[in-house]
Design a protein around this ligand. Structure first.
Ligand SMILES: Nc1nc2c(ncn2[C@@H]2O[C@H](COP(=O)(O)OP(=O)(O)OP(=O)(O)O)[C@@H](O)[C@H]2O)c(=O)[nH]1
Ligand SMILES: [Mg+2]
Length: 659
């Protein structure tokens, strides 16, 4: 009984493999025929890396004991023959748990001690420091042993109130949020701050990352979770209990962490089995479930169809026992279908568009180059045909003409050098404003404005101002890119007219779109600064973490903008270099040909045939290129029309891969 989500993710995985194979063939073809310049090679590598390595993160968020861990077990790990993630009554998962697979890391469970919260280092930085983590090996052949090891995520210990306070689990001013305190004045706190499970499970190997979170205020206490992981998750599943409905604390989690507009959110109304009542008919129970869904939808202000009634426990048990009827009653499959339909096609489309767009651009770049080469061959053929029956004196004259033309052409080098230096300077200016140093300066301004006081209102304003300045930097980068484009258009036109180049400046780059990423970060942070957890920012350690997290997220945006600009400009330069090389080669060939014809007139026909053969070879290359790109498009777009059964899609992907 293969879970729906799993099959669909499998199909996506097959598609990725098939599309990657087509990209690889295209790259191989280009390399074999010496058609791959540096910037294109870079693009191929980045795109293939995205296809094979891009992660898909699904985060589960809810108040404690709503069944997050149980649902994760039912959706993703029912193949293990037992309950993998600990799920039990009361508080169970004590720290965020990230399940994924990275072939470069050892298999096992790694845990970050809670005390690291006292350092200013952010979780993102700690990820790169293996010595900060405790490692527990997992024996894949022993599910019992694995489950026992995973119980580590439940570990807690008792500490004096003061220590809990330092670690962010106690606040005198917010008594209602504090954990219970025992007779000795001690408080129970998690032993670990974050857990990562690195497991070569088929789904995780396909790039899925599952994030299980602890309930209660724990979400808010870790800025990394609220600001880093959750906003970047591709989908968030919010879980409610059918037995409890929407409680006040459910609602505050929803409002504080899930109401961001950009998130793909799913709401599961779990534990519908608990509504079964021996005194009611099954129809009456169904009506109760329906009423509950409507009331949840109304409270959360979402459409009723977006609330999925399920029973995670029943689904897990049914899958473990191969019980189809039980699985149907759990209604999990409808939820899984919605989750995969909402998530996977969009992801596939994004990857497909990027792969197809890039490949087509590469194709038009090469086509331009082919056209230019064929133009030169045509000229040469004309020149050679004109020599038929001509005396060797005429050939001698032609030789001199070629020499003169070549010398005249070489005058372009000074012009090219001038253009290159202008181009390099403009590019440097455009990139300077996007450097991580520049970013740090801007964030430092925020820090100075705030001083030590991170009062929610002031912090929010300072932050909004920072985002406005950063947007202005992106706008400036856009303008500089357009200036570079105009400069190249003008220079290319002159070079084409004076020296017979056929240079074309691509459409100008659009980096303005990255302002949307900034907007998203802004919304997350503003929400965080405004919410009930903002008081935690008063603690110095959190402030520093907050700052570092912010810089690291902003840096990703700025680096993407820089990379795009660099790649665009590299492509433009590569075109100039390519044509220069081709023209020089052509002069040399023409000279050598005439030279040989002069010494033996029988050479003329041989040379004519050679040039014709070269021209035909280019035509063949162009046809082959077209075929390879078409194949890629065909595989990447996949079968059009109605979505089909995932198994069929997977089979198709495989068979296409083999052809
Ligand atoms: N009756 C019933 N119980 C369920 C269902 N799903 C989960 N439970 C039970 O509810 C309890 C809590 O489930 P967990 O999965 O541990 O809940 P959680 O949301 O992960 O809780 P924390 O880890 O504490 O944040 C466990 O005893 C589960 O077996 C369900 O569909 N029906
Ligand atoms: Mg849990």
């Amino acid at each position: 009984m293969k879970p729906t989500f799993a099959s669909n993710l499998d199909a996506l995985g097959q598609w990725r493999v098939a599309t990657d194979a087509k990209l690889a063939s295209l790259a191989r073809f280009a390399r074999e025929h010496d058609l791959l310049d540096d910037s294109s090679a870079e693009w191929f590598e980045a795109m293939r890396h995205r296809l094979s390595g891009e992660k898909l993160m699904v985060a589960f968020v809810a108040e404690f004991s709503r069944g997050k861990s149980e649902l994760i077990n039912a959706i993703f790990f029912s193949d293990k023959g037992r309950r993998m993630m600990p799920a039990s009554a009361g508080r169970t998962t004590m720290c965020p748990v990230e399940l994924g697979y990275d072939a470069e890391d050892p298999i096992g469970l790694t845990l970050l001690p809670i005390e690291t919260r006292l350092q200013a280092t952010s979780l993102a930085e700690l990820r790169t420091q293996p010595q900060a983590w405790t490692m527990i090996q997992l024996d894949l052949s022993n599910p019992e042993g694995m489950a026992a090891a995973l119980a580590e995520v439940m570990r807690t210990r008792l500490v004096p109130k003061e220590e809990a306070q330092r670690l962010g689990f106690w606040d005198d001013e917010r008594q209602e949020d504090n954990p219970p305190i025992n007779a000795e004045g001690q408080v129970e706190i998690p032993v670990w701050r974050h857990a990562r499970i690195n497991l070569p499970h088929p789904l995780l190997k396909r790039g899925l990352v599952v994030l299980d979170t602890p309930g209660l205020n724990a979400i808010g206490t870790e800025p990394e979770l609220t600001l880093g992981l959750l906003p970047q998750a591709h989908a968030t599943v919010f879980i409610l209990g059918a037995d409890t409905g929407v409680t006040k604390s459910d609602l505050s989690i929803w409002r504080d962490h899930l109401s961001g507009p950009a998130l793909a959110r799913y709401v599961a109304l779990n534990k519908i089995d608990s509504l079964v009542d021996p005194l009611s008919t099954p129809e009456q129970v169904q009506q109760t479930i329906q009423r509950q869904c409507e009331s949840v939808a109304q409270t959360l202000e979402i459409p009723t169809e977006h609330v999925f009634p399920i029973s995670a426990r029943q689904a897990l048990a049914a899958r473990l026992n191969g019980d189809a009827q039980g699985l149907a009653t759990s209604r999990l499959e409808a939820f899984e279908t919605a989750l995969s339909d909402g998530l996977l096609p969009k992801r596939r489309d994004n990857l497909a568009n990027a792969a197809i767009g890039g490949a087509k651009q590469f194709q038009s770049q090469l086509t331009r180059r082919f056209t230019e080469m064929r133009r030169l061959y045509a000229d040469q053929l004309l020149e050679l045909r004109g020599l038929r029956g001509k005396s060797s004196g005429k050939v001698q004259l032609m030789l001199q003409r070629v020499q003169a033309e070549a010398a005249e052409f070489e005058q372009c080098t000074a012009r090219l050098a001038a253009m290159r230096s202008v181009h390099a300077r403009m590019l440097k200016d455009a990139l300077a404003e996007l450097s991580s140093e520049r970013l740090r300066q801007e964030v430092d301004v925020l820090q100075q404005v705030l001083g030590g006081s991170w009062l929610p209102l002031g912090a929010k304003k300072a932050f909004v101002d920072l985002c406005a300045r950063l947007r202005a930097l992106i706008e400036q980068a856009q303008q500089r890119s357009e200036e570079i484009h105009s400069m190249l258009v003008a220079s290319f036109a002159k070079l084409n007219a004076e020296f017979g180049f056929s240079l074309v400046a691509d459409v100008p780059l659009d980096v303005r779109k990255y302002a949307d990423d900034l907007n998203l970060i802004e919304r997350n942070y503003v929400q965080y600064l405004g919410l009930s957890q903002a008081f935690r920012l008063a603690q110095p350690g959190f402030q520093e973490q907050f700052r570092r997290m912010l810089i690291s997220r902003l840096r990703v945006v700025f680096e993407t903008v820089s990379n795009d600009i660099e790649l665009w400009n590299k492509t433009a330069s590569a075109q100039v270099d390519g044509q220069l090389r081709e023209r020089r080669r052509n002069f040399k060939r023409r000279y050598e040909t005439l030279d040989r014809i002069q010494s033996a007139s029988s050479e003329l026909d041989t040379r004519l045939q050679e040039v014709q053969a070269q021209d035909e070879r280019i035509l063949q290359l162009q046809t082959r290129l077209g075929a390879l790109v078409d194949e890629l498009v065909h595989v990447a777009q996949g079968p059009s029309g109605e979505p089909e059964h995932p198994g069929v899609a997977a089979m198709k992907a495989i068979s296409l891969d083999l052809t």
